[in-house]
Design a protein. Structure first.
Length: 81
């Protein structure tokens, strides 16, 4: 738990992200694509690599990379509205 909190704190300091807005955006994304939300959680909050995330989700690295790019773009758009 400490390492996750440290990672989130670093991410907030570096990117000035509103965690409540991020949580709300992730909830909206979950209605569209739950796998993308899980991928974001594993990459962003757990700090897994793309390869580790693909393995954890039992998907190909290419699918993980595509979903990661789509989810980041979607979240960026949602958080900058």
């Amino acid at each position: 738990m400490t390492s996750v909190w440290y990672f989130v704190t670093m991410a907030v300091d570096e990117h000035d992200i509103d965690l409540i807005a991020l949580d709300e955006a992730l909830n909206r994304l979950a209605k569209i694509d739950e796998q993308q939300v899980r991928l974001v959680e594993l990459r962003y909050f757990s700090g897994l690599t793309l390869e580790e995330t693909a393995e954890a989700l039992k998907i190909s690295r290419a699918t993980a990379a595509r979903d990661w790019n789509v989810a980041r773009a979607w979240l960026r758009r949602e958080l900058t509205r």
